[in-house]
Design a protein around this ligand. Structure first.
Ligand SMILES: [Zn+2]
Ligand SMILES: [Zn+2]
Length: 179
């Protein structure tokens, strides 16, 4: 098992190495990061947002074309939405092994606060590990400190710790070490 992280050119530069290292550490799975070659699709002009489902389709096409079996997490800067939601921080499709995270609402500056790279690294890491958690078979968790808790706000995202609760950890380990 190995996770590919694709860092789009518009995503915050210089953060990909610490984010990748931390995601790998949280999941206990090796991860590598490279520049993104997936076509950014699904932009909806009226919303100034990307339809996350369409972007997941594009990642799927890329995976297929390049015969990549392992999960791919794409980090973009454009804001994402999905049917029925004003926005999403990220989205994963377990059956395809594809996930996307947007950094657009993860920076302090989006909320009128002073920018801070450490905050941003933390949040991209938590969101990324959450979406890859879905790809590795995990659902949402009720524990507000667990990576698999689904945050609706930045405060809820910040309240999470950079780790899985015991129950999710056990599930993950069972999935990663099939007997
Ligand atoms: Zn989720
Ligand atoms: Zn949990």
């Amino acid at each position: 098992m190995h996770i590919h992280i694709f860092w789009d050119s518009l995503s915050p530069p210089g953060l990909q190495v610490p984010v990748t290292r931390m995601i790998a550490g949280i999941l206990g799975v090796p991860a590598t990061v490279s520049e993104n070659h997936v076509r950014i699709m699904g932009y909806v002009n009226e919303r100034k947002q990307i339809d996350a489902q369409v972007l997941l389709d594009s990642i799927h096409t890329y995976k297929h074309r390049h015969s990549i079996e392992e999960p791919i997490l794409l980090v973009v800067h454009q804001d994402l939405f999905r049917d029925g939601s004003r926005f999403v921080f990220g989205l994963a499709r377990q059956t395809a092994g594809t996930a996307v995270v947007s950094t657009s609402r993860l920076g302090n500056e989006f909320y009128g606060r002073e920018a801070n790279d450490d905050d941003l690294i933390d949040r991209i890491t938590k969101e990324g590990a959450h979406e890859v958690g879905h790809l590795l078979g995990l659902g949402h968790c009720d524990n507000p400190e667990c990576i698999m808790f689904r945050p609706d706000t930045l405060d809820e995202l910040d309240r999470k710790k950079k780790m899985f609760c015991e129950a999710c950890r056990e599930q993950l380990e069972a999935w990663l070490t099939p007997d």
